[in-house]
Design a protein. Structure first.
Length: 379
């Protein structure tokens, strides 16, 4: 009996310790946690973060219940018909704080079932999207600036080569072929600006769910094959990469091409460049671009991704200081990072890290999860 009482007391202390830890986490979390009753559609619990970020307590937050729970009746109806796809839902909306200001938020909610499989409550999180929206606006501004920076010289080249073609009827076939090649390259760049580098397109990178259609090994091989036309000494190493990763195809290609182009421009013609793809040690996928050149001065490394920044080794090298800034912007909207460091044996290593889930299949989404905003049957 004494042993049983001691065990119960130990279990009680462990439970209380766990409760204290969970309460501490909730008290200091930047995300707002909440719970509501499925039958009454009223909030039954609200974390302290709600008052810090939105100025609402449980009593005053009842006015928000309609916004938080507006999709619940439709989800309950679908669940009653045997559709489990809406047990968890992720959507964006606007909630009004205590001062009447509309705040853009992401609402994650999950239906909690009882022992009979009947939904009895809803638990969820609210995340403030204000910073993310501001980042999207900055990306749109950046894309507009970048598009302008590219279009101005391209328009000049386009006009010049058209005049050459019009007035160069007496030129030999080899010269006219070069004109056509220049025109084709200009047209391709202008098409890329229209299709990819528009403000809306730039802001959408990483925002929309992408199918698992990118083979990272093939991506690296393709980029290396193209770059070898400028630098034959380019090698590719693949170390346990997943067959498929989810990312924006054009965005990741441009991001890698920028890093390879940077390595080519800032090293001598005989310098070897390596492309490496692998599963990162702490999760995710990483792509490395290594050169064996002189490296970047340590004092300049923290600034290489700044907009319009050009280092001391950029003298005589064409460029606007936007390439690495653009690479970082693309990685940012994927939830990833781009970093640079000098390696000990000489040279510079640029690293793209993506928090990419890996799966050999074509669908990474779980059956009970849905991140669409709509509730129609086709989603």
């Amino acid at each position: 009996m004494k042993q049983t009482i001691a065990e119960l007391q130990a279990a009680l202390r462990a439970s209380q310790a766990n409760e204290a830890r969970y309460r501490l986490l909730l008290d200091h979390s930047s995300e707002v946690s909440w719970m509501a009753d499925c039958a009454s559609l009223k909030l039954t619990w609200l974390s302290p973060a709600a008052e810090r970020h939105f100025g609402h307590t449980l009593d005053t937050a009842q006015v928000l219940a309609a916004g938080l729970l507006k999709d619940v009746p439709a989800r309950l109806a679908r669940h009653a018909k045997g559709d489990p796809s809406r047990l968890r839902l992720l959507r964006e909306a606007e909630l009004v704080d205590s001062s009447g200001h509309a705040v853009p938020v992401e609402i994650e909610s999950t239906l909690i079932l009882d022992a009979a499989g009947v939904p009895v409550s809803v638990v969820g999180l609210v995340r403030d999207l204000s910073a993310r929206r501001e980042l999207a606006q900055q990306q749109k501004k950046f894309a507009s600036m970048l598009s302008h920076e590219f279009r101005t010289p391209l328009s000049t080249i386009d006009g010049a080569v058209q005049r050459l073609e019009m007035t160069g009827a007496h030129h030999d076939e080899g010269t006219r072929k070069r004109y056509r090649k220049i025109q084709s390259a200009v047209d391709r760049m202008l098409a890329m600006l229209d299709e990819y580098l528009s403000p809306d397109r730039m802001a959408s990178i990483g925002r929309e769910r992408q199918p698992n259609e990118i083979d990272p090994a093939t991506l690296l091989q393709t980029i290396a094959e193209t770059a070898r036309q400028r630098r034959p000494q380019i090698s590719v190493q693949i170390q346990d990469l997943p067959q498929w990763v989810r990312c924006d195809p054009a965005g990741m290609r441009v991001c890698l091409e920028i890093l390879v182009d940077n390595a080519i421009k800032y090293t001598d013609d005989d310098i070897r460049i390596e492309l490496l793809g692998r599963i990162a040690t702490k999760g995710g996928v990483e792509f490395l671009v290594r050169d064996h050149g002189a490296g970047i001065p340590e004092t300049e490394l923290p600034r290489v991704f700044d907009k319009a920044y050009r280092g001391s080794n950029a003298a005589g090298v064409a460029g606007s200081g936007l390439g690495l800034y653009m690479a970082r912007a693309i990685a940012d909207v994927h939830g990833g990072t781009v970093s640079a460091r000098n390696v000990s044996e000489s040279g510079t290593e640029f690293r793209i890290w993506l928090p990419v889930a890996a799966n050999a299949g074509k669908n990474l989404a779980k059956g009970e999860t849905n991140s669409d905003n709509s509730l129609d049957a086709s989603s």
